[in-house]
Ligand binder design. Structure first.
Ligand SMILES: [Zn+2]
Length: 672
């Protein structure tokens, strides 16, 4: 059967069209596999070598503006509220079982991630003891770890520090059951990531597979003493974070920038994460350079900047070093894990959209381009997957560098391409998992969007605004349909029916008003790309006002309909308590990007319990990254709860208040 692909030539965007012909998935894959050979842990000599490799390729391509910038990685320097990480180097590591049998468990030369990142030198033979998770004090009850090496499966940093505090010489990390169940030979990438406070406590840690762990466990269960020999030559030191920075300087508006970035870090063999994004970035630069040199496209009007960075830590450092120019950045696209093979990995490519706190044309532009490229035959690469693209468009979430740029401090529209990948941060993320077709499609869309924005003029800005408007239309009407579904599904027999209906109705109207503001902002951002005010964009904004009024009328009609059927009257406003409390306006007390609060900074025990119960993975926890983006000194607690309910899922204003109160007590925000 023939693959189900669209016919050639119906891709509309001219840059996407040209890149489909020029950009090579195979070349992107070659760069990717080469980068993966470096043990490129953040702020380490291996990272520096990888940075030199990237710089060399860019120079070969003919890019003239390429530099490696350096920022202190000494544990002491502050990038706003973020502490610099500590540099680390390793030359040798080996772990071997010596009793009751002789067996190599890991060698740095074979698999560098056998040694936990940030380990210090060691040369010891000692008994091992199985601790379980190892990240809580309770795990050590009744166990004497003094002078022994602790087998742990908990988070590497917390388990290592805990074990050492209890007297262990070092740690051996094995994967938790959920990872090990399907892949017994998989070794996890573990890093201790000490800050200055625990720098002196770090000893050494090794990572082994579940199969190796089970072998040790069998000996221990049968009452035998297990001894291991650990030898490493490695150390923490005060060094630097490297950032490779390359640019096509804009010919007309050089100060306005589009940033394409990816993190270059992670251990050797870590291929999709993120040698893939780094490799594609080089190939995008090569393809654009070739198109410009051959005269097929003009040199970009606005600057396109490429950054290869150490994830998060390097991004904050780079932003801090360039803070006076950050307001000139008009969009960023983050590539983090973009080569996953449809067969050897399987998961879809994900476009993580820019958050509602930074509305713009960026999401709709990328969604349309993805749609165009997904089934386009020219998107298929040499030696790559020969069928269409499996992808998802997802709402905003964190986990990578787009978060730093999207943060309220600078509010730059920022998206991420990534991939669902069960081999993330393991020895199984290797060359066999990379697909050149996927790399090509991501490269074409990313490069196409960058060129479209960089070259936007009056008419293409109107095109962007019009596309954004059609997307806005969809988002507003979808909000109404979701609100209606909620309203008609409240049980009329429930005791507080009228109140519940009232809350959904009143907050539903507020959500539609918020959606209206958001979409008007999204459409009007294209105005920044025009030289003069566009009456067409103004007309679109009026359309959004009209649409919102019509949607509010629909909501009102439905709500009154169900209320009268149930014989109740809908309350017309929120209770005084909600109204008064929610007028408070939170404001951060510090400069720069948000510094998330940690449980150990919360003094009140009740608060700490509540915070832990509402942290990562819980309904509220999933929204807090974006929630903090709305803390801008203008939005009230009520506004924030409405915005979050609109973007994520329904969140009570009192929950938002409680979350912010904890920040307030810790001195991170004040109410104005
Ligand atoms: Zn990553």
């Amino acid at each position: 059967m023939k693959p189900n692909l669209r016919k050639r030539g119906i891709v509309l965007n001219k840059y996407v069209n040209l890149l489909l012909d020029e950009l090579s998935g195979k070349i992107a894959k070659d760069y990717t596999l080469e980068i993966a050979t470096y043990h490129r842990v953040q702020a380490s000599p291996g990272f520096h070598e990888a940075a030199l490799y990237v710089q060399e390729q860019l120079k070969k391509i003919g890019l003239s503006k390429v530099v490696i910038e350096q920022f202190p990685a000494d544990g002491k320097t502050k990038y706003w509220t973020h502490d610099a990480i500590i540099s680390w180097k390793v030359t040798h590591a080996e772990i071997r079982m010596v009793e009751p049998e002789n067996l190599i468990l890991g060698r740095f030369n074979e698999l560098p991630m056998s040694l936990a990142t940030h380990s210090n030198s060691a040369d010891v033979t000692a008994e091992v003891i199985d601790i379980g998770d190892g990240s809580k004090d309770d795990d050590y009850l009744g166990k004497n770890v003094v002078g022994k090496i602790a087998l742990v499966s908990g988070g590497a940093r917390s388990a290592h520090i805990k074990a050492v505090e209890h007297g262990a010489l070092g740690t051996i990390h094995h994967p938790p059951w959920n990872r090990a169940a399907e892949y017994p030979d998989l070794v996890q990438y573990n890093g201790i990531w000490p800050d200055q406070k625990v720098r002196d406590k770090v000893t050494f840690g090794f990572s082994i597979s579940d199969r190796q762990y089970q072998r040790i466990k069998k000996h221990l269960d049968s009452g035998k003493v297990v001894k291991v020999y650990c030898n490493t030559d490695s150390k923490l030191y005060d060094g630097y974070l490297d950032v490779v920075n390359a640019e096509f300087t804009g010919t007309e508006k050089p100060e306005e920038e589009i940033i394409l970035q990816g993190h270059l870090c992670h251990p050797k063999t870590s291929t999709n994460d993120n040698a893939s994004g780094s490799g594609v970035l080089i190939e995008i630069a090569r393809a654009i350079k070739t198109l410009v040199d051959s005269g097929k496209i003009p040199a970009p009007k606005r600057t396109i900047r490429f950054l290869w960075i150490p994830e998060f830590n390097g991004t904050y450092a780079w932003m801090h070093g360039h803070q006076n120019n950050l307001n000139n950045i008009i969009a960023t696209i983050n590539l983090d894990m973009v080569g996953e093979h449809p067969v050897t990995v399987g998961g879809p490519l994900n476009l993580t959209c820019a958050p509602d706190s930074t509305p713009s044309y960026l999401n709709s532009l990328l969604i349309e381009m993805l749609k165009d490229v997904a089934d386009e035959p020219r998107g298929i690469s040499l030696e790559g997957w020969p069928y269409g693209l499996n992808y998802r468009v997802l709402g905003y979430s964190g986990g990578s560098d787009h978060v730093c740029f999207a943060d309220q401090a600078y509010g730059i529209p920022s998206v991420m391409f990534g991939n669902t990948d069960q081999f993330h941060h393991t020895s199984f993320d290797d060359a066999s998992r990379v697909d050149s077709t996927k790399l090509k499609r991501v490269g074409v869309v990313t490069g196409g969007a960058a060129l479209e924005i960089a070259n936007a003029n009056e008419s293409s800005a109107i095109e962007l605004a019009a596309r954004t408007y059609s997307y806005s239309h969809k988002r507003i009407t979808e909000t109404t349909s979701k609100l209606i579904a909620e309203i008609v599904n409240i049980d009329p027999k429930s005791e507080d029916y009228a109140t519940r209906l009232g809350i959904r109705y009143i907050r539903g109207l507020a959500m539609l008003d918020t959606a209206c503001k958001r979409e008007k902002k999204a459409v009007s951002v294209a105005q920044r790309l025009c030289d003069s005010a566009s009456s067409y964009i103004d007309a679109l904004l009026n359309q959004i006002n009209d649409l919102t009024s019509a949607q509010k009328t629909i909501l009102q009609t439905i709500s009154e309909g169900v209320a009268s059927k149930a014989g109740v009257t809908i309350p017309e406003k929120e209770t005084d308590m909600i109204v008064n409390t929610m007028k408070l306006i939170p404001k951060k007390t510090y400069e720069g990007p948000t510094r998330g609060i940690r449980a150990d900074e919360i003094l009140d025990e009740e608060d700490k319990k509540w915070f832990n119960a509402n942290s990562m993975g819980t309904p509220l926890g999933r929204t807090t990254l974006e929630l903090m983006n709305f803390v801008d000194g203008k939005n009230s607690v009520y506004d924030i709860s409405i915005a979050i309910s609109l973007e994520h899922h329904y969140i009570e204003p009192l929950e938002v208040k409680r979350y912010l109160d904890i920040h307030n007590k810790a001195g991170k925000i004040i109410y104005i």
